[in-house]
Ligand binder design. Structure first.
Ligand SMILES: Nc1ncnc2c1ncn2[C@@H]1O[C@H](COP(=O)(O)OP(=O)(O)OP(=O)(O)O)[C@@H](O)[C@H]1O
Ligand SMILES: [Mg+2]
Length: 311
């Protein structure tokens, strides 16, 4: 995992809150769109806390059916249900003195919500099929990408638990609302994926960064990470180029740019010629072929562009 990037104002604010809460034992509620960085922030809080050397445990409330989820969370005694041949501590116990992340908390069944509320209030619970009280000291970090207050209105989420969780709320802003983070994130991903895949790429071209900046990234930081990983894998040099970015991103970014800022045909032509030249890594014969013009024609266009740049 790379160092958390927080250059933009909104992300610096999230980190400021995270730093403040990390120093306490308070439970934290982290919201944000899919891929925005909720897990990353949870790990950051843990690593900045006095619990950093203790366990960091996660449970995904969305993937397990209610019964199994409770068995995972609270553990069980031998004979608690068919197949429980041995007693097993749950994730709550595993997180003792450390941090427990409850991912996708909105999916918790109403029964499990009641049990969780009790753990938060008393710091005690019983394993399934057990009567002995287990005391646990774990910081809980609950994550969600859906609007929990909405779930409360629809009565699928307990209001009391919601208010309990909401005491310390940190919102991770979507990537499109913090464009200042994009270049740092992209560069950090280039380095880490180049190391992972044994590629030499260490940087990313200006034009490629500009295209990325024009794309909306509905999948947020995760989508950016995946985009860069793919680009690093197919890249061959020290620098990622426009050509290494996936077609849908190049197309969507171009359309977005034209929507925001109408351009003259000459401007579009100039930008397109530059883009194709980057794609061909400066090979003019190949660029002319793609553009459907003669080499001579391409040289003339470039000469005109250069004069304009200078003038
Ligand atoms: N600010 C950041 N700095 C560096 N890396 C980040 C940052 N935010 C997210 N990442 C990385 O982006 C990827 C996606 O982030 P993460 O898994 O935390 O998103 P999420 O909000 O939990 O998504 P989901 O809702 O799908 O679970 C991870 O690889 C994470 O390490
Ligand atoms: Mg996550």
């Amino acid at each position: 995992m790379i160092e958390i990037v927080a250059r933009s104002g909104p992300m610096r604010e999230a980190i400021r809150l995270a730093d403040r809460v990390a120093a306490t034992d308070a439970n934290v509620f982290v919201t944000g769109e899919s891929g925005a960085g909720k897990d990353a922030l949870a790990l950051y809080i843990h690593s900045k806390s006095a619990r950093a050397q203790q366990s960091f445990v996660k449970i995904d409330c969305a993937t397990l059916p209610s019964g199994l989820l409770e068995a995972e969370l609270f553990g069980y005694e031998r004979g608690a249900f068919t197949g429980a041949n041995e007693a097993k501590p749950g994730r709550l116990e595993a997180a003792h003195r450390g941090t427990l992340v409850l991912d996708e908390i909105a999916y918790l069944s109403t029964d499990s919500q009641a049990k969780l509320l009790r753990v938060i209030e008393t710091r005690e619970f019983e394993r399934l099929g057990g009567r002995k009280k287990v005391t646990v000291d774990a910081r809980l970090i609950a994550l969600t990408n859906v609007d929990l207050s909405d779930a409360v209105n629809r009565q699928s989420f307990r209001e009391d638990l919601y208010y309990r969780l909401n005491v310390m709320h940190i919102a991770v802003p979507p990537l499109r609302e913090r464009p200042e983070d994009l270049a740092d994130l992209a560069r950090a991903f280039v380095k880490s994926y180049a190391a992972k895949h044994g590629r030499e790429a260490t940087e990313i071209s200006k034009e490629a960064l500009r295209l990325l900046a024009e794309y909306q990234f509905p999948g947020n930081v995760r989508e950016l990470a995946n985009t860069i990983e793919r680009a690093v894998i197919i890249s061959s040099g020290k620098r990622l180029e426009v050509a290494d970015l996936p077609e849908p991103i190049r197309v969507a970014a171009g359309a977005e740019r034209r929507r925001k800022q109408p351009q003259t045909l000459a401007e579009i032509e100039a930008a397109y010629v530059q883009e194709i030249l980057e794609t061909t890594k400066g090979n003019k014969t190949e660029a002319a072929r793609i553009l459907g013009i003669s080499r001579k024609n391409l040289y003339e266009k470039l000469a005109r562009l250069n004069r304009k740049d200078e003038g």
